[in-house]
Design a protein. Sequence first.
Length: 250
Amino acid sequence: MTVNDIYTFLNEKYDFSSALSYDNAGHLVGSLDSAVTGIVVCLDCTEEAVSMAVEKGANLIVSHHPVIFDPLKKVTDESIVYRLIRNDISVISAHTNLDQADGGINETLAKVIGLENIEKVTDSEGFVYRIGETKEPISADDFAKEVSSILNLPVKYVGTNSHIKRVAVCSGSGGSMLGEVAETGVDAFVTADVKHDVFLDAHSIGMVLLDAGHFNTEDIIVEPLAKELKKAFPDIKVIENHFTPIKHTK
């Protein structure tokens, strides 16, 4: 089994050509011809993820965030890319294509927070997010508490709606989508990396807006993605890495 076999499998499920134009998704490091000895699945290709791969004898990392995004000006022995190459570890990064796809991050997030009747919505930039419905109408305060409990982090939010039913979700940084999301008539919007002025905008238009954390709204894909790889390639060890250096006070 080669890196190319894994890439082909991921491409069939999460079509790398559907990534947004600014993105750098795909096979980013290593040889497609390398025989795969093991796979580490992670959100970020951190030093810790690389160390796990080395320790477990895995020579492929499948990450969500691209290990190379902006053009590299140099590759020194302090860089992750250098360490990957030295240890003959390949990287495939599935980014905005994985966000949007059926069974991808946005759909998974909608299901994880308990939404039903989930549908796809495409914004003006061509990005596909999800809208779903809560099982029962719920207040903004209780909904925020539920999301906080499910994703295991403090949630920042604005809004006082006592009858939330339709909810939009966009994992990662979706604050800039507030205007278009509001036009869909949803009662609440769950995303992350929300800027202060966007919270104020949401408050002014009466929208319930939750910032549930970039890592926490996206790390939910690691487990199901690892399961898909284990099912498709049962003879290859697949290891989950959920490391983040970000901490929260209690």
